[in-house]
Design a protein around this ligand. Structure first.
Ligand code: ATP
Length: 734
């Protein structure tokens, strides 16, 4: 509960114990003094001892019972006032209570007005108990007590059933209550209208709008006061001079308040003008910013549009780049194919040119033996099947004796062949391609489309790898064979024009008596002019096996390159190292090398391979089998450089050990013509050693050329080779 505040902002409400009447008073006060604090004034009449004694029984002690009785009365009144205050809490009004103990209520009120300088007081006027005249009289009587007290002024509102009955003003300047107060009796029904009228007369509306609610309430209160005064002046002319005095002070206060308000208003207007300016400035700034924002938004949408256009352009360009790259790749492939075609064409042109040159400058028919069909027939014993040693896609191969020479005769198919002269020219060109590791083309028979080769008597590498009735080849021999093939390929590829074997495989690697490898069937595709694919080989060999040696790039480009021979060579190398079948050969070797377990795939029937060099060779073999020719190793700089020193290690193995083991004779003990160990070796003008009978037969049959080189012999004299003879004897005695 708050303490009592004695100021002009507090309106005092004199309340009794009747709750209903109190609520009416409070309601009226709240309605008409909304800006004021409310203080509940209650004149408490202490319980009289008489009434107390009446209620007390005879047995109870008197003194302490009186005290308790009074204390109980105080508590009840306080409690009641607290309850009244509680009802005001929801309104948010500051509420207090003022309890005055006085037996006479009127005295109590006048005491409270005087002591607490009450300026605003609301109290009840029991209209139901008093008529108006009596009420006025009673109120006048009440005012006698009020007059005795010294105070500035006090306005009293008398309320009955929530309506204003009358008001009175008490001032210290009024000497007589009868003459100093102005009586106003208001019709309760017109009170609201009156209040509104007062307000509209006193304060101009446009001024009100600058004032806050507190100001408004104060103005209303003051105006109302002034209005009341003006009414009083109309109703009581005889007391005008005293009332004027009273009004003078009120006007003074009002004028000071007005001038204060005018100043305040001026200040507010100035501030308002400043703020208007500020607001205008801010508006201008806002407009500028909005303008900028619009511009930026415009730019933003333009940029977004540009970005999306750029994205489209980028996508288009990317697509174009991709298609350009694709085009480039296809052009490159085409270019590569054209290069290969061009190289092949150039090669063929050069071959043909050589052929033409040979045609004009050599009488090849004299130097290069041309056998008749009769001779071929005789040599093969009428093509006796027992003399047939093999059959391939390009015809059958017979063994035979021709002009005292052991020969292999290859019968080419008649289809797709050129004219006789063309055939002879091409054969002649091929016969000039000579190398120790190529099987020598001795002559041909144009009639029967047959080629006559030196007979290589130790079978093909294919038959040795298959171990058909043969001992496994020792690793030294295998390395020697690999070196021989490499040597032949280097020779062919470096020839002018470059010669490609195109059909390299173990069946084309023939071994002589000393396991010297000789490539056969060189240039057959030129003579037959039939592609690998169109030849019917179904009855001859497994096409899968045959194709295993063919360069994968051939199937793409349809052309052979020197690297095609390298691919075939790689497969042969793998077979030499592993002795395994073709299927899964590359994969197995790759796997073994990745696991660093080469031994898992090496053919140990060949003996103990030197690990380091063998591994080197295995890697090279794998690289030869790369699908792209670009990744395959170079024959000279990479393969030969490994093989040559590898072969050198084989030399430390006594040759006779190898030979003996294989029951083979050294190749130089064998006559190149008859392919048998020589009994009477003689050296001819070409530097080669032959069996005396064989070379004499060669010369007597009209030859003046070397059986080995086909070049013209300087002379036909023969010299015995005693050293070789002794070596052969020595070897035979071992
Ligand atoms: N100069 C020769 N000396 C000894 N034997 C030979 C000679 N030329 C070929 N042969 C043997 O004749 C067989 C048949 O050879 P040919 O070249 O006709 O067929 P291929 O190599 O088996 O298969 P294709 O030619 O169809 O690829 C060969 O396995 C080989 O043993």
């Amino acid at each position: 509960m708050g303490s009592i505040v004695e100021d002009a902002d507090t309106v005092y409400v004199a309340v009794g114990k009747n709750s209903e009447k109190t609520q009416q008073l409070l309601h009226w006060a709240l309605k008409n003094f909304s800006a004021k604090n409310i203080c509940l004034l209650h004149i408490h009449r202490p319980n009289s001892i008489n009434s107390f004694n009446r209620n007390l029984s005879e047995n109870e002690p008197k003194d302490c019972s009186i005290e308790a009785f009074q204390e109980h009365g105080d508590q009840t009144v306080n409690k009641l006032l607290d309850q009244y205050i509680l009802t005001l809490v929801p309104t948010g009004v500051q509420a207090y209570k003022l309890l005055i103990e006085m037996d006479d209520i009127e005295k109590g009120i006048s005491k409270a007005i005087a002591q607490h300088n009450i300026r605003w007081l609301v109290m009840g006027a029991a209209a139901d108990r008093y008529n108006l005249g009596k009420l006025v009289k009673q109120e006048s009587e009440k005012a006698v007590f009020v007059r005795e007290q010294a105070f500035l002024s006090c306005n009293i509102w008398f309320i009955c059933k929530g309506n204003l009955i009358c008001t009175r003003v008490y001032s210290k300047h009024t000497s007589d209550i009868e003459t100093s107060h102005a009586l106003l009796v208001l019709n309760p029904n017109t009170e609201a209208k009156q209040s509104e009228k007062i307000r509209s007369e006193s304060i101009p509306d446009d001024a009100l709008k600058y004032l806050d609610s507190d100001d408004m309430k104060e103005i209303k209160s003051v105006s109302s006061h002034r209005s009341l005064k003006s009414k009083w002046s109309f109703n009581n002319v005889t007391n005008r001079s005293k009332l004027a005095d009273l009004m003078f002070h009120e006007d003074e206060a009002f004028e000071s308040w007005c001038s204060k308000e005018i100043r305040r208003r001026k200040e507010i207007e100035e501030q308002l003008a400043r703020e208007k300016l500020e607001v205008q400035k801010m508006k201008n700034q806002r407009d500028e910013i909005l303008e900028e924002l619009q511009m930026v938004q415009g730019q933003n949408s333009e940029l977004k549009k540009q970005i999306s256009e750029s994205h489209c352009t980028i996508t288009e360009l990317e697509e174009k780049i991709i298609s350009a790259v694709d085009l480039l790749i296809s052009f490159r492939e085409k270019r590569d194919r054209l290069r290969i075609e061009h190289a092949n064409a150039v090669r063929k042109v050069q071959v043909l040119r050589k052929f033409e040159e040979a045609d004009t400058s050599f009488s090849y028919r004299v130097e290069f033996p041309a056998f008749s069909f009769v001779e071929i027939n005789e040599a093969t014993h009428d093509f006796d099947p027992s003399w047939k040693i093999g059959e391939g896609r390009y015809g059958s191969v017979y063994k035979g004796m021709l002009r005292n020479m052991h020969v292999a005769i290859k019968m080419l198919p008649s289809y797709g062949c050129q004219s006789l002269s063309e055939f002879q020219h091409q054969v002649e060109v091929l016969s000039r391609v000579r190398h120790p590791n190529l099987s020598t083309l001795i002559g041909s028979c144009a009639e029967s489309r047959s080629l006559v080769y030196e007979y290589v008597n130790n079978g093909s590498l294919e038959s040795h790898l298959a171990c058909k009735d043969k001992n496994p080849l020792p690793w030294q021999i295998r390395i020697s064979i690999a070196t021989d093939i490499c040597s032949a390929l280097i020779f062919l590829h470096s020839s002018e024009p470059c010669i490609i074997h195109e059909n390299l495989k173990p069946s084309k690697v023939l071994l002589d008596a000393n396991f010297v490898a000789k490539l056969s069937d060189l240039g057959i595709p030129f003579l037959v002019q039939q592609s690998l694919d169109s030849a019917d080989t179904s009855t001859i060999c497994n096409p899968n096996e045959r194709l295993a040696y063919v360069d994968p790039e051939y199937f793409v480009n349809g052309k052979f390159t020197p690297e095609s021979d390298v691919y075939s060579y790689g497969v042969i190398l793998l077979q030499l190292l592993t002795g395994r079948p073709l299927f899964g050969l590359v994969r197995d070797m790759k796997c073994a090398l990745e696991k660093e377990n080469l031994k898992a795939v090496l053919d140990f029937s060949a003996g103990e391979w030197p690990p380091f060099q063998t591994e080197q060779l295995a890697y090279l073999a794998l690289r030869c089998c790369e699908k792209s020719w670009l990744n395959r190793p170079d024959l000279v700089s990479e393969i030969w450089s490994v093989l040559e020193p590898f072969k050198a290690t084989c030399i430390h193995t006594p040759p006779h050990l190898i030979s003996k083991k294989l029951h083979r004779v050294p190749s130089h003990f064998v006559c190149p013509i008859v392919q048998e160990v020589m009994e009477d070796p003689y050296i001819a003008a070409d530097g080669f050693t032959y069996e005396a009978e064989a070379i004499r037969g060669w010369l007597h049959s009209g030859h003046d050329t070397s059986p080995m080189t086909n070049l013209k012999l300087d002379h036909t004299d023969l010299v015995p080779n005693y050293a070789l003879h002794n070596a052969i004897l020595e070897w035979q005695q071992q």
